[in-house]
Design a protein. Structure first.
Length: 135
């Protein structure tokens, strides 16, 4: 059982992709992002065949639940919003400030990489916590 926390921030070019060395597995895992601003940040889980298969994007005061390039839901987001992607027994749920906002219809099997995209040089740091990952 691993808990890893790090600060994510944009430090150069207009687009930055990061991949954590940890992977989440279908039994249990969580990603938690606490926003410091609401400018163009995309965090999620990617499989070998689907980039950002389960993800959230925060952009200009809105939180988007995005699965395989399809927007599934939209909610308001403000500075300090806590966003979680939770995997339990192959079911993926999304939470905003502790309340479930969306449950995926797509089953999570196997494992997924944790990807982060920062698309704007004005993006400020955010804190991402990974719970239950494995190397």
């Amino acid at each position: 059982f691993i808990v890893e926390q790090f600060v994510i921030e944009q430090t150069g070019s207009p687009a930055l992709m990061l991949r954590s060395p940890l992977r989440l597995y279908a039994k249990y895992g969580e990603l938690e992002l606490v926003t410091i601003d609401t400018k163009r940040r995309h965090v999620g889980l990617s499989t070998d065949t689907a980039h950002f298969a389960w993800s959230v994007a925060v952009q200009f005061g809105k939180l988007f639940v995005i699965e395989s390039n399809q927007i599934r839901a939209t909610y308001p987001a403000v500075n300090g919003t806590t966003i979680r992607i939770v995997v339990r027994d192959g079911v993926v749920t999304y939470l905003r400030n502790g309340a479930e906002i969306f449950r995926s219809e797509r089953a999570f099997t196997g494992s997924a990489a944790i990807d982060i995209a920062l698309e704007d040089t004005q993006t400020r740091p955010g804190v991402l916590t990974i719970i239950g990952g494995s190397r």
